[in-house]
Design a binder for this molecule. Structure first.
Ligand SMILES: Nc1ncnc2c1ncn2[C@@H]1O[C@H](COP(=O)(O)OP(=O)(O)OP(=O)(O)O)[C@@H](O)[C@H]1O
Ligand SMILES: [Mg+2]
Length: 117
């Protein structure tokens, strides 16, 4: 049983076919890298894995169940721009959410009533 499986997976935006007939499987513990020319659909695929983009055709399953149509705590993506800290490693970026969560210096944004207009 594969951890992740794509079978005849397709993604279209209107008439624009971004991914077509994508077939592969990932076994538990495997480390996978996506490589391809700019615009070939890497980010689109990751968004389907995250659940922020719907599958157009075919199937994409995690533990033999279709990927849910919304993000969940079991899947995460560190995007290549905007949200990554370039001075940190990939692992450092992934761990940042945990660090921020446990930081004592991170306060809730609040405006005292006297300062609110
Ligand atoms: N929301 C969208 N609506 C329409 N077309 C889109 C949308 N998102 C992506 N595309 C198109 O899908 C194709 C694949 O884009 P994608 O961003 O997945 O490529 P990529 O492989 O991640 O490229 P890069 O290496 O530059 O990050 C591109 O032609 C892009 O213009
Ligand atoms: Mg991309």
């Amino acid at each position: 049983m594969s951890l992740l499986a794509a079978k005849r997976l397709e993604k279209h935006y209107g008439h624009h076919v971004v991914l077509e007939n994508l077939n592969f499987s990932v076994e538990p513990g495997e480390f996978v890298t996506l490589v391809g020319a700019s615009g070939c659909g890497k980010t689109t695929f990751l968004k389907m894995l995250l659940g922020t983009e719907a599958v157009s055709k075919g199937s994409l399953t995690l533990d033999e169940k279709p990927i849910p149509n919304e993000p969940g705590p079991d899947r995460g993506v560190v995007f290549q721009k905007y949200s990554v800290f370039p001075h940190l490693t990939v692992l450092g970026n992934v761990m940042m959410a945990d660090e921020l969560h446990s930081s004592k210096l991170l306060g809730k944004a609040s405006v005292p009533p006297s300062a609110a207009r």
